[in-house]
Design a binder for this molecule. Sequence first.
Ligand code: PGA
Length: 231
Amino acid sequence: MIVANWKMNGTWASLEALASEIKLFTPDLDPQVVVCAPSPYIASLSKLNLPFALGGQDCSSHPQGAFTGEVSAPMLKDCGAEFVLIGHSERRLYHHESEELLKEKYQRALESGLTPILCAGETLEERNQNITFKVIEDQLKLIESTHQPAIIAYEPRWAIGTGLIPTNNEIKEILHAIRDHLPMSVKLLYGGSVTGDNASELKNIPGLNGLLVGGASLKAHEFRKIVNAWM
Ligand code: PGA
């Protein structure tokens, strides 16, 4: 599974063009490709009959109501999304999203029939303090009780958009620890500075089911290399 996170980039013209390019190399099934697009464009993208699935980048912790500017999980679903990112590190960092809030968002996603992609990962400081496992364990507590479909993306914060990336062995150890707590049906992704050049190397990590790609998903030729590497 390859998940693209377009973040708050582009305009309709540029993203429609990008979607059309991605369409040309997206396989129907393997790897499954999901594009997490900016909310205002999800409905229009879903009308293009694209071979890849769509996702939101965040959803409200409320199902509806007087919450100006928020986008609810049912709205994303209505617009054609099947997935939603929950707890991306940029949300945790810039919007101070707490575990309590993320638990609510996670529940709203499931109630609406969206598959949540829960992001977890340590900061550089936490890594240097050797508390990576504890940090991730705490971030994943909110899904332990559920048996519904879910995806976990391990995204070390220090690797996002920096060009830095953990070794395959380090990723393998984290995935192993995460897997200990979760049923096999939960898919595990890695995200953080994935490129066309390192995607095939990452495929060698046992237990890894896919990638979450930020910057490299905005360049069709780069994204194509990533998808091809996982075919
Ligand atoms: P990056 O971002 O691939 O640009 O490091 C990943 C992400 O933010 O999900």
